[in-house]
Write a protein that binds this ligand. Structure first.
Ligand code: ARG
Length: 572
């Protein structure tokens, strides 16, 4: 596709003295008000070199830049050169590109097949998969989709929290109060009850904590009984997690979690020793990070057991050896900022020149309207329940507002689960937010249902157009783009045109909400176009041209939804 900004910079560089194309490129702006053109070039900076007033310079440039194939008109207002694109040429370029790339519109090969690891979800086994986990799961999945779309070779890792002293607690609790049948009936719910009970009892009898520590050590040493119970908890937990992943349409390439690294610690500790990083403090081995304004990191406890951070260091090294990543992305809550700062600093001190290719992508907290959650006290909202509720409620809404669907269950699932995903990806990830059902399922707000509904509306227009749409697609060259050169059509085309850049920006900033917001804009732009202009008019030439824009819009929304991990229903 023609890069219009680049061609403008190219043309300007031939007229403007003393600035090269790249400098001009960085000065070109897109005016907030489109009455001031599609692009504008401010001339203030030129005044010094050219020893003329910016307004005179702008006037000069505007005259020299006079009309040609890409401009409809050039206007000079004060110190600005306002450029209006040739709407017909622009429109046909955009539509041709979408029709050519289809499901790949917006993709690119910037990734050059380099390997990017995206680690996300990573829940703790034997603990509820609760609403708080939605964030890493959904944000990470979208980041994976975006990188994949940009031509990177992606590896999706679920770094399960399947190791650590909490399993000592769980095993102690099970042995004391547990019943096999109960666990089999409702594994996580039951294990959670045991875990809660452990903490209650341990408050009365602190020796339980010691027992839990010893039990964990036995697990680390591979004692049969402990390993058997741990494996059983893990299997049952994964079954539950996988139900949720299936609902969300999420898969992983690897479930290598913390336990996977339990036997890979020794060389890591040895290397730290060799680099003189470890110091002893009250029997434990720590790395002093005061020089970097970070608190010390405990690497090995007095009893020789390793910690969360030790396993993360081992994991990064393993991933580099195993995948030779270009980037290693961790989508983990901002509560763990300190952990990741320490971790990356230690990797650097260990001399790994790839340390800074590891990226922590943090996000804020989700809370519920009636207060936050705490696993310890057992007040928890299961993610699976939230997703089921979303589907149920969507079903009711669909029946109420008489949505057009040929399969109620499928549509309710696509829309209900999509609504939760979309809501999750609507705000800057770093912001805390409050989960509210009214917001999630609102069909008119800036929501998933609204965007999906707009997509389905475009699909329905194309269906109703029948042969005329097929004709339009096949004979694009001969259609008259004049019919789609109104303001609302042009604005819509501009947003479609911007989509590939939006995808790039989302990848660079690890921020799927950039895609989310853009497809909301496109949906709103489409609805303006749809309401301002009749599409299925009698005049065939006019109808066919308009159908092309409907098509390009539909395709772009669909691609955007897919990058968020959502379905794009044809009927709603
Ligand atoms: N299991 C951890 C938790 O639930 C998240 C793991 C994040 N990933 C990592 N490599 N540390 O808090």
């Amino acid at each position: 596709m023609i890069n219009f900004k680049e061609s403008i910079a190219e043309k300007l560089s031939k007229i403007v003295e003393g600035l090269d194309k790249d400098e001009i490129l960085s000065m070109l702006e897109v005016p907030a008000d489109s009455k001031l053109g599609d692009y504008t070039f401010p001339c203030f900076r030129l005044a010094k070199v050219m020893r003329k007033s910016p307004a005179i310079i702008a006037k000069d440039i505007a005259e020299k830049l006079d009309d040609n194939s890409i401009f409809e008109k050039i206007e000079n207002v004060n110190a600005y050169v306002n450029m209006f694109l040739n709407r017909k040429a622009f429109m046909s370029e955009v539509i041709k590109e979408v029709a050519d790339k289809k499901d790949r519109y917006g993709s690119s090969d910037v990734g050059q097949n380099r390997t990017v690891i995206v680690e996300y979800s990573s829940p703790n086994i034997a603990k509820p998969f609760h609403i708080g986990h939605i964030r890493s799961t959904v944000i990470g999945h979208s980041i994976y989709k975006i990188y994949d779309f940009l031509g990177y070779k992606t590896v999706r890792i679920n770094h399960l929290g399947d190791y650590g002293t909490q399993f000592g607690k769980m095993i102690v609790a099970y042995k004391r109060w547990g019943k096999e049948e109960d666990v089999k009936k409702a594994p996580i719910q039951t294990l959670l009850e045991y875990y809660v009970k452990f903490h209650e009892e341990a408050e009365k009898d602190p020796s339980l904590e010691d027992e839990a520590r010893e039990t964990f050590t036995r697990l680390e040493n591979g004692e049969e009984e402990e390993v058997r119970l741990w494996q059983w908890f893990r299997d049952e937990s994964l079954k539950e997690f996988n139900r949720v992943y299936e609902m969300l349409g999420i898969e992983f390439d690897s479930y290598a979690g913390e336990s996977f690294y339990s036997d890979k610690m020794k060389p890591v500790i040895d290397k730290m020793r060799e680099k003189n990083l470890l110091i002893e403090s009250e029997g434990a081995h720590i790395v002093d990070l005061s020089e970097y304004n970070l608190s010390p990191a405990v690497i090995m406890k007095k009893d020789g057991s390793t910690l969360y951070i030790t396993r993360d260091i081992a994991a990064a090294i393993y991933r580099k050896d195993h995948y030779d990543f270009y980037k290693n992305i961790y989508v983990v809550a901002s509560q763990q900022n300190l952990h990741f700062q320490q971790w990356i600093q230690i990797l650097e001190l260990m001399g790994y020149e790839w340390a800074r290719d590891c990226v922590h992508v943090p996000f804020g907290l989700v809370s519920l309207e009636d207060g936050t959650m705490s696993t310890r006290h057992g007040r928890v909202v299961f993610l699976e329940d939230v997703l089921n509720k979303a589907v149920e409620q969507t079903k009711n809404i669909i029946l109420e507002i008489n949505v057009n669907t040929d399969n109620l269950d499928v549509t309710a699932k696509q829309v209900g689960i999509g609504a939760v995903i979309f809501n999750e990806l609507s705000n800057n990830r770093i912001k805390d937010y409050v989960f509210s059902w009214d917001k999630v399922l609102n069909f008119d707000g800036e929501t998933g249902p609204y965007v999906q509904y707009t997509h389905a509306r475009a699909a329905s227009v194309l269906r109703n157009a029948g042969d005329d749409f097929d004709y339009a697609l096949e004979n694009m060259e001969e259609l008259d783009m004049n019919y789609i050169s109104s303001d609302s059509a042009h604005e819509l085309a501009k947003m479609i045109y911007a989509f590939p850049d939006v995808v790039l920006e989302a990848a660079e900033k690890y921020e799927p909400s950039i895609v989310t917001r853009h497809i909301v804009d496109i949906a709103q732009g489409f609805n303006r176009f749809y309401h301002n202009e009749h599409i299925l008019v009698d005049d065939v030439a006019e109808k066919r041209a308009k159908l092309l824009l409907v098509y390009a819009t539909k395709q772009t929304i669909k691609n955007g939804l897919h990058l968020l991990g959502m379905e794009a229903p044809e009927r709603m």
